[in-house]
Design a binder for this molecule. Structure first.
Ligand code: MLT
Length: 245
């Protein structure tokens, strides 16, 4: 008898809710649209060698002596003494090509840290939406999307991305969901998809980044499929497993 195995997608809105989910044997897609996971996709599009995600600033700076570039952000701003902050445009600079980067951010790298258990961790952003979806379709695994949020709280931009992922996977493959947060993500995405930038314009991190003159970062992070990368965590290091890049 032929079984068509329907795969399940769930969405966890914040790292604080992660203990309520069971990630075992699933693929966990970590998303921090503004801006950690968008920056990671940009880095690999620019052929950065590897990125070590690190939860706290002190541990990241310890890798300086081993030749790592230190990218560190807190509250939207570059940490004093770091080589770079968290803008995706910094990760597109020729100077980082081929290099190893130690990366710490307010929420994104914390979410990656929490996500790594008995499962595969992959990095998602609008920038790699299509290639990631097509890769997920070919894995025989259930999916849990972990939104980085903001300091334990819900945010809209990660939720929109979760919705975009669900919309694609349920439309083009045998994915299903009975998870309320997944259904709500999809509904929100469908409402906002024709103008994500405007829909986000009153949101908390939009306001925060606007005050820091980072509107170009927001526009870029909301653009679809600008990169052809699949960043995956392997032995605590993020590498790009997409050979076409
Ligand atoms: C984060 O990890 O919290 C974000 O990427 C923050 C930011 O870049 O503004």
């Amino acid at each position: 008898m032929n079984y068509i195995y329907e795969r399940e997608i769930e969405v966890c809105y914040t790292p604080a809710l992660f203990p309520f989910y069971n990630p075992e044997n699933k693929i966990v897609v970590v998303v921090d649209i503004l801006r950690a996971t968008s920056a990671i996709c940009s880095a690999f599009e620019n052929n950065v060698k590897e990125i070590v995600p690190i939860a706290n600033v002190e541990d990241a700076f310890k890798l300086k002596d081993q030749g790592y570039i230190i990218a560190a952000e807190r509250n939207g701003e570059r940490v004093d003494g770091a080589d770079m902050g968290n803008s995706p445009f910094e990760f597109l600079e020729p100077s980082v090509r081929g290099k190893s980067i130690a990366f710490t951010t307010t929420n994104g790298t914390q979410a990656i840290e929490i996500a790594k258990q008995k499962n595969i961790v992959v990095i998602g952003a609008f920038l790699n939406h299509r290639i990631l979806c097509n890769w997920l379709i070919h894995q025989q695994k259930d999916i849990l999307v972990l939104c980085a949020g903001w300091k334990g709280k819900f945010n809209l931009e990660d939720t929109y991305f979760a919705g975009a992922l669900i919309e694609y996977l349920t439309s083009y493959s045998n994915f299903t969901t009975t998870c309320d947060s997944a259904m709500a993500s999809r509904s929100l995405y469908l409402l906002a998809k024709d103008n994500l930038y405007d829909f986000l314009s009153n949101s908390s991190h939009f306001e925060r980044l606007k005050k820091l003159n980072k509107l170009d970062d927001i526009r870029y992070c909301l653009s679809m499929d600008k990169t052809n990368v699949i960043p995956v965590l392997k032995d605590d290091v993020i590498v790009n497993i997409c050979s076409s890049n």
